[in-house]
Design a protein around this ligand. Sequence first.
Ligand SMILES: C[S@@+](CC[C@H](N)C(=O)[O-])C[C@H]1O[C@@H](n2cnc3c(N)ncnc32)[C@H](O)[C@@H]1O
Length: 166
Amino acid sequence: MRPEDLRAARRPRPHGCWDHLIVAPLWVAYEANVGTLLRTCDAVGACMAVPGTAHYRQALRRGNTLPGRPVCIHWVNRPRSWIGRQHDRGASVLAVELAEDAVRLADVAPARGPTVVLLGHEHNGVPDDVWDLLDAVIEIPMLGAGLSLNVAVAGSLVLYKLAGLS
Ligand SMILES: C[S@@+](CC[C@H](N)C(=O)[O-])C[C@H]1O[C@@H](n2cnc3c(N)ncnc32)[C@H](O)[C@@H]1O
């Protein structure tokens, strides 16, 4: 198929919300990272959960390079209580983070039920005060000299795997 036919065959509108896969960059500082994650959400059919602060509203506006309506957004008032409510509705809460007991990305299976994926701050990672709420931590192994990946790259790799598209 030619690239223009492939593009024409894509969904004309964003996915609806079915609460299955939600990426939650709740502590992300840079607008470009929020924008990159939005594109990945659109591509894999995930929702995004972010605090309803001016910072995130601006990041979603400026970082959104998708045509038309953006992907489904869940607004979060208090991250810890929101994560607790995700547990209560039966979702698995996963953090993408470098950690000793983490599961390696290669061993992660596509999500079978509702799944929430937390991403950390660009400098400080996932805050300590939510670690007790996690079902698992996913780490992406690295061979290079860098200590970590860009948060939007890390989130995108994990979302593709959980969505069953890679
Ligand atoms: C730049 S990293 C934060 C690094 C921070 N200095 C720390 O040590 O926690 C930003 C976020 O990207 C994600 N991340 C980056 N590289 C990762 C990796 N190799 N495996 C899992 N998550 C990663 C995590 O969500 C992390 O909180």
